[in-house]
Unconditional design. Structure first.
Length: 454
């Protein structure tokens, strides 16, 4: 890296790309880049001194190919002008996953993989390290509410990384300790079927040098990795790490005893509500314990965790009314989130708003989305957020809508959402999706405050 003075990002506004951009800015490089649309995240990067433009402009790429490293996301079309330009003019060009592998190479890498749960678990693990005084650098797939960033930096050689299965990116990592939270079918545009998803996770496990901590029941065994294998679970006593003596207060916050091979850590709490966060907390604690952090420090980190933006993020909670926003974009994630909401708010009417993400995911999982959205009392389904994809004939949000059994459901355009919600008698409202539905969180929160009080 010593030969480079400039790091240029194509697709800088993505959550993973922006963390790496911040890292190189911290390291003293000249950092700049392109993104398709402005966002809150790109605005923060610009405030930090990173120049960003929003048009496909090859002339904006730094001119010295020998001193400029270009990092790109696979979400960018291959015929994009800037991408074509750097390929034709001799720039070194790396995918985001490759550069993350180079950054973590030679360091003590703790990586969290899984088709869901990895962002909260890795962010919580990084927070435990920070609170313990050990510290770490961390590349996160969400914005930590404790630190207001998706990047943490430290002088030691410990790196916490979210290991992304998309495009098999996580195979660039060789962690010392890894957690695997889930291996559900997803990204079938990449993997084609669940067997290839599992094959990729097993390949990831084979690259772990120390310990694999897997959710109890996942199909990862000694034949797949030379690392030591531990299991974790929310409450299954057969798992190496699990909760017992679970108690819940009226706000959905849990207190529990963490049972582990090292002994039992009494009266733990996680600073954010929901049983799913207890499970994520157990995975993070297991990694920290295997690393060697002290139990009391881990307990303190769990209790002071404030969560991740757009991961079960409670924007409004007053007697009789609440609003939660969640990044869930897979049937299993939505089901887990709704289950947690039912646990926190028993007997309440839940209205779920869902923005499907990607045409391929909508096509592949329409029955699962229909089944999980039927768990809500009322469902409002928006049009598909395409992200990197072109439309697929016959694939619309309507294929989810048509498979649902609930009679209390609506199919609307995103632009109609606020008008519909203004007429709703809202008890518990949840918005789900990995697209741009989060652009409405402020408007919805202000509406709730206006109608039901601050």
């Amino acid at each position: 890296m010593e030969k480079y003075t400039d790091i240029y990002f194509i697709g800088i506004g993505g959550i993973g790309m922006s963390a790496i951009a911040r890292y190189f800015k911290f390291k003293g490089y000249n950092v700049s880049g392109y993104d398709r649309t402005p966002s809150g995240l790109t605005a923060e990067l610009e405030k930090e001194g990173i120049a960003i433009h929003y048009e496909d402009r090859p002339d904006m790429v730094p001119g010295d190919a020998g001193k400029t490293l270009v990092i790109y996301t696979p979400a960018v079309p291959q015929d994009m002008g800037e991408l074509v330009y750097v390929r034709e003019h001799g720039y070194r060009l790396l995918k985001r996953s490759r550069i993350l592998g180079e950054i973590t190479d030679g360091q003590r890498c703790l990586a969290v993989a899984g088709t869901h749960g990895k962002t909260t678990t890795s962010t919580l693990l990084a927070h435990i390290f920070e609170q313990s005084g050990e510290g770490c650098s961390a590349f996160l797939g969400g914005i930590s509410r404790n630190y207001g960033s998706n990047l943490l930096t430290a002088k030691n050689n410990v790196v916490v990384a979210e290991a992304d299965e998309f495009d098999r990116s996580f195979l660039q990592l060789h962690p010392e300790i890894a957690a695997i939270t889930a291996m559900d079918a997803d990204h079938l545009d990449i993997y084609s079927d669940i067997s290839h998803v599992k094959e990729a996770f097993k390949a990831f496990a084979s690259q772990v040098t120390g310990s694999v901590i897997k959710k109890y029941g996942l199909d990862i065994g000694p034949e797949d990795t030379g690392a030591a294998i531990f299991t974790y679970s929310y409450d299954n006593p057969e798992a190496d790490f699990h909760a017992s003596g679970i108690r819940k207060d009226e706000c959905g916050n849990f207190t529990f005893d963490l049972v582990c091979p090292q002994g039992t850590i009494r009266d733990c709490t996680v600073g954010v509500p929901g049983w799913v966060n207890v499970e994520n907390g157990i995975a993070a604690s297991a990694m920290a314990l295997v690393y060697g952090l002290q139990p009391e420090k881990i307990k303190e980190g769990l209790a002071s965790f404030k969560g991740v933006k757009r991961r079960f993020e409670i924007h409004y909670n007053r007697p009789g009314h609440a609003y939660i926003d969640d990044y869930a974009h897979h049937p299993a994630e939505i089901a887990a989130a709704i289950s947690s909401m039912r646990d926190i708010f028993p007997g309440r009417k839940l209205t779920a708003v869902f923005q499907p993400h990607l045409y391929t995911r909508t096509r592949d999982f329409a029955p699962g989305f229909a089944e999980t959205l039927d768990m809500a009392d009322r469902a409002i389904i928006l049009d598909i957020y395409p992200a990197r994809e072109e439309p697929i004939p016959g694939v619309t949000s309507g294929i989810i809508f048509d498979k649902m059994k609930s009679r209390d459901r609506m199919l609307i355009r995103k632009e109609e959402l606020m008008g519909v919600l203004e007429k709703e008698d809202i008890d518990i409202l949840a918005t789900f999706g990995a697209g741009n539905i989060d652009r409405y969180t402020t408007d919805i929160t202000e509406m709730m405050q206006r109608r039901y009080g601050k």
